[in-house]
Design a protein around this ligand. Structure first.
Ligand SMILES: *[C@@H]1O[C@H](CO)[C@@H](O)[C@H](O)[C@H]1NC(C)=O
Ligand SMILES: *[C@@H]1O[C@H](CO)[C@@H](O)[C@H](O)[C@H]1NC(C)=O
Ligand SMILES: [Zn+2]
Length: 366
């Protein structure tokens, strides 16, 4: 019983630490609303971005490498629920080559209704890719790139529009998916990719018929990673709730090649439009799923009375418990040691020569 009290105490202490850490890491808002004059930036000079856009050298930048073994399973992460994503039969959508990416404008009737504290409204989706030889996803999994990545950008419905939301701490939510190569043509992606030839020139655009945008995302939206990050392009505002889905979206080799080879930025091929992974600087990556579900089960079998806590057991909690147990073991070992020392002391009064054996270690031994 006392052990449990102690462990509970450690747990509470841990939670307090977590709370303090997260509140102190809130970004100060940088209220220069992006200077009106256009700055030219490119992917060849990523280190140079921060000289013009100071947020790009912040401590909560994106993309990041997601180390699957270090992601913290958080069963309290709410599932994502989308509404209005089926645009079949509704008005046409503007597809654009803006020189940095292939971008599809989205209506604000598309929204994330569950998953965050507020409703987030869609604004646009776009892609990042490489070449045949260089896989070009922005986020990496255990330092490995995927061939391409899709970003569906949303803004908090409490703001008037995306430009107002973009600089606000809780302004943006991006749903990201890894794109891999499969055997079959992805007919949903073809709705966009078949129009690539119409936007090959930088700053050109075309209209494509509405379709079900939900089908561009993985089937399984329940498994995802969540972390706090930034825009991956200047001005790099650190205002994005990132969601990266665990399930990979598959397109055919031919479809991927079309994305890699069709668009131009100026006279050059528009490709390798991905930013390198940024440092975490102490940020946590949460996971809505666990790859080892047995861990929680085992704990509940050992400690059935722990039900209220076990439900949200995170790595930190388990560490607290382990440390608590370690502390108690040390205490026990120390008690045994003291007890034996005492016995020895009383004996050594009779046999004074034995004293030598129990002399404490000197500094030279350390
Ligand atoms: C966004 O909203 C702000 C504030 O309401 C307004 O000043 C601005 O013109 C809007 N921008 C666009 C692009 O609609
Ligand atoms: C999905 O999760 C599994 C289990 O953790 C992991 O091995 C795999 O690399 C993940 N893939 C992606 C794309 O997140
Ligand atoms: Zn992006």
């Amino acid at each position: 019983m006392q052990l449990e009290l102690f462990v509970t105490f450690l747990f509470i202490q841990n939670q307090v630490l977590v709370a303090t850490a997260s509140s102190s890491s809130e970004e100060d808002e940088d209220d220069d609303k992006g200077s009106s004059h256009e700055h030219h930036w490119g992917y060849d000079d990523q280190e140079g971005w921060s000289s013009t856009f100071q947020d790009c050298r912040g401590q909560s930048q994106s993309p990041i490498d997601i180390e699957t073994g270090k992601a913290i399973y958080d069963p309290s992460l709410p599932h994502i629920e989308l509404e209005g994503f089926d645009l079949t039969g509704s008005s046409a959508l503007k597809l654009q080559n803006n020189g940095h990416t292939l971008k599809l404008s989205l209506p604000s009737t598309m929204r994330i209704v569950k998953g965050f504290d507020q409703v987030y409204l869609a604004s646009q989706l776009h892609f990042h890719w490489g070449t045949v030889a260089v896989p070009g996803s922005e986020h990496t999994i255990n330092n490995v790139h995927f061939p391409a990545e899709i970003h569906v950008v949303h803004y908090n419905s409490k703001y008037t529009n995306i430009s107002e939301a973009a600089s606000k701490r809780d302004g943006l939510a991006v749903l990201g998916g890894f794109i891999g190569i499969g055997l079959h043509e992805n007919e949903n992606y073809e709705k966009i990719l078949s129009a690539l030839k119409d936007v090959s020139i930088e700053a050109s655009d075309t209209d494509i018929p509405g379709f079900n945008v939900r089908h561009l995302l993985p089937n399984n939206l329940e498994k995802f990673y969540r972390y706090q990050g930034s825009l991956t392009t200047p001005p790099c505002f650190q205002t994005v709730h990132w969601t990266m889905f665990n399930e990979t979206i598959m397109v055919s080799r031919k479809q991927l090649a079309a994305l890699e080879d069709s668009l131009k930025a100026g006279h050059q091929l528009l490709s390798k439009n991905f930013r390198v992974a940024q440092l975490l600087h102490g940020r946590r990556v949460l996971a809505s799923f666990t790859s080892s579900p047995s861990v929680n089960k085992d704990l509940s079998e050992i400690k059935p009375t722990f039900a209220p806590i076990e439900g949200q057991m995170s790595r930190g909690d388990m560490l607290s418990i382990a440390l608590g147990a370690l502390f108690i073991l040390t205490l026990l070992a120390f008690s045994v040691y003291v007890y034996q020392q005492r016995k020895t002391y009383s004996r050594s009064k009779k046999h004074s020569r034995e004293n030598v054996i129990y002399k404490p270690a000197t500094k030279d031994d350390v």
